[in-house]
Write a protein that binds this ligand. Sequence first.
Ligand code: CO
Length: 173
Amino acid sequence: MAELDIVTVPNDILRKRTQKVVDFDKKFKQLVDDMVETMRAAPGVGLAAPQVGLSKKLIVVEYAEEKDEEEEEEAPKKLYVVANPEIIKKSAEMEVGIEACLSVPNLIGDVERHIQIVVKGQNKNGQPIRIKAKGWLARVFQHEIDHLNGVLYTDLAEHVWQPETEEELAQAA
Ligand code: CO
């Protein structure tokens, strides 16, 4: 495994439409592992292939369900690897929330997103998968899938600003 360099604005690759993943070969699986490692090291909750300089339809997301207030321990994290992701359903209802992006350092912004979505795509072996996501997880998926179409959250945000504290930045990321 190897940690990859994260590409930041204004690199053109962040603005390109990506290519479909067709080979789920050893090289592809290596890329998946490297992206997971890079996301964890950053740390981030999601990463799209253009962010490591590859114009491919691939995202990784790792997220722990919001814990109930009564639960002492943090919920286990769940890793999603999705090739060729497509949003096939989205709620009419939307909400505004704060986002940040590893490719747009030191900024956060408020973005309106669908509260619930259904994503279809393929796992790292090329098998079809379908994911129902709501709330924060739905937000992360929408953000990462936008990367595959050359869209950054700063294009959609009502406001973008520099967080005043590290905490504010960490919360958004
Ligand atoms: Co991003």
